[in-house]
Design a protein around this ligand. Structure first.
Ligand code: MEV
Length: 432
């Protein structure tokens, strides 16, 4: 996993030109000359790929692609590709990763490897009989699904492993029976194969039990396959650590804060999901459902100051793939996966968990010290300047003025940018 890069190759990275960044990434072994050429030429142009993916194609939607630097995950230096439009996410991730490498470490692990498919019997006639018949035929159902549908997964060491039976009240005095089909998808995200397995099992289950299957689909609440990341930091200002712990408690206990906290975590995860061609809606749904598993929506991260160590933990389902679908077919996703140099889907999900946790720490550090405006809006000034319509000649002046206003008023808006620009133009400084 990761590249064999030297940390000093990250030195001053954000100040480099795009060409210089490519040169550094090339030196790190994170990109090839072909990758650089492809990205420099604006990426994917061929519409046949889009036509293969979706219907009624009219074009491609482009997002900025950047790299977060300074990450050492499980002792390995990594360059993190992120496709995202929000200012300051990559800067905050890189800055926080640098802080972590100076004061501690990031470790990750996978907890479980099975994904879940659901089969609903909406009106079960006799739950006990249904359950005992499924139980009795469980192994033959699994064997048949593995032989007929998930053969490839079995060959890679995965496949269907177990069928669980659940009884759920309908709310009208009767029950539904729900089967959970558990399978190991190896390096695939597994959605397609799981849906095929469940649909295949529909007929034999109906024949064996005499009950009627209503629907089959995978579940995104994959609590059987969780990803954990942990950050441990030492030698920090104890007051700061206590503030971060308090901020974390806020997000654990209050769903209003938990939503924003988790959004900040996803700021680190979604851009990697997109850059690697993974299904970010599935991961989002799974993470939010997991965050609400106690009946109250809570933070998916937790920060504690224990024995002079600040310890942060992320645990949530993060089911991704490194083979299949867009991941393999989209050339930019391939470049990003190669950049990460992960060997399998589990490693990819662990990287995402780590970046999500680091992003969360960056936000909490800012929120409990200088506030979000300073870090966020300073970088936002550039966008406001462009948004106001400043030409290349005008940009430096407008940005400088906006920085002064921010310092003075602690607030900045597009209105300020437009005012500064109008004032500049009224003096005809750059007009010919
Ligand atoms: C903004 O995109 C993300 C934050 O709101 C996250 C947080 O509040 O923890 C800064």
């Amino acid at each position: 996993m990761g590249t064999s890069l030297k940390p000093d190759l990250f030195q001053g990275f954000s100040k480099l030109s795009r060409e210089q960044r490519f040169a550094r990434l090339f030196e790190m072994g994170a990109v090839t000359r072909e990758d650089i050429q492809f990205l420099n030429e604006g990426g994917i142009k061929d519409f046949s790929l889009a036509e293969n993916f979706i219907e009624n194609v009219i074009g491609y939607f482009q997002l900025p692609l950047g790299v977060a630097t300074n990450f050492v995950i499980d002792g390995v230096e990594m360059v993190i590709p992120m496709a995202v439009e929000e200012t300051s996410i990559i800067a905050a991730a890189s800055k926080t990763a640098k802080w972590i490498r100076e004061h501690g470490e990031i470790t990750t692990k996978s907890l479980g490897h099975l994904i879940i498919g659901q089969i609903q019997i909406a009106k079960v006639q006799n739950f006990e009989k249904f359950a005992s018949l499924v139980e009795y035929h469980q192994q033959s159902l699994i064997n048949e699904a593995n032989r007929q549908v998930s053969k490839n997964m079995v060959e890679r060491g995965g496949g269907v492993k177990e069928i669980q039976i659940r009884r759920i009240p309908r709310g009208d005095g009767e029950d539904m029976a729900i089967l959970h089909v558990l399978a190991d998808p190896c390096d695939a995200m597994g959605a397609n194969i799981m849906n095929q397995v469940c649909e295949f099992l529909k007929t034999p289950i109906e024949e064996i039990t005499g009950e009627k299957v209503t629907m089959c689909i995978l579940s995104n609440l994959v609590d059987t396959k969780l990803t954990q990341a942990q950050v441990r930091l030492r030698g920090l200002d104890p007051e700061l650590c206590v503030r971060i712990q308090e901020a974390s408690l806020f997000a654990q206990q209050d769903p209003y804060r938990a939503a924003t906290n988790n959004k900040g975590v996803l700021n680190g995860i979604d851009p990697i999901l997109i850059a690697t061609g993974n299904d970010w809606r599935a991961v989002e749904a799974g993470i939010h459902a997991y965050a609400a598993r106690s009946g109250q929506y809570r933070s998916i991260t937790k920060w504690q100051y224990i024995n002079e160590e600040l310890v942060g933990t992320f645990i949530a389902p993060l089911v991704v793939g490194t083979v299949g679908g867009v991941t393999k077919l989209h050339p930019t996703a391939q470049i990003c996966l190669n950049m990460l140099n992960v060997e399998n889907a589990s490693q990819l999900s662990r990287v995402m968990a780590a970046v999500g946790l680091v992003q969360n720490l960056g936000a909490l550090r800012a929120l409990t010290t200088v506030g979000i405006i300073e870090g966020h809006m300073k970088l936002h000034i550039k966008n406001l300047t462009l948004g106001a319509g400043a030409s290349e000649d005008e940009q430096a002046y407008v940005q400088g003025k906006l920085e002064e206003i921010l310092k003075l008023k602690k607030r900045i808006s597009l209105h300020n940018a437009v005012e500064v620009l109008n004032e500049l133009r009224s003096r005809n400084v750059f007009s010919k």
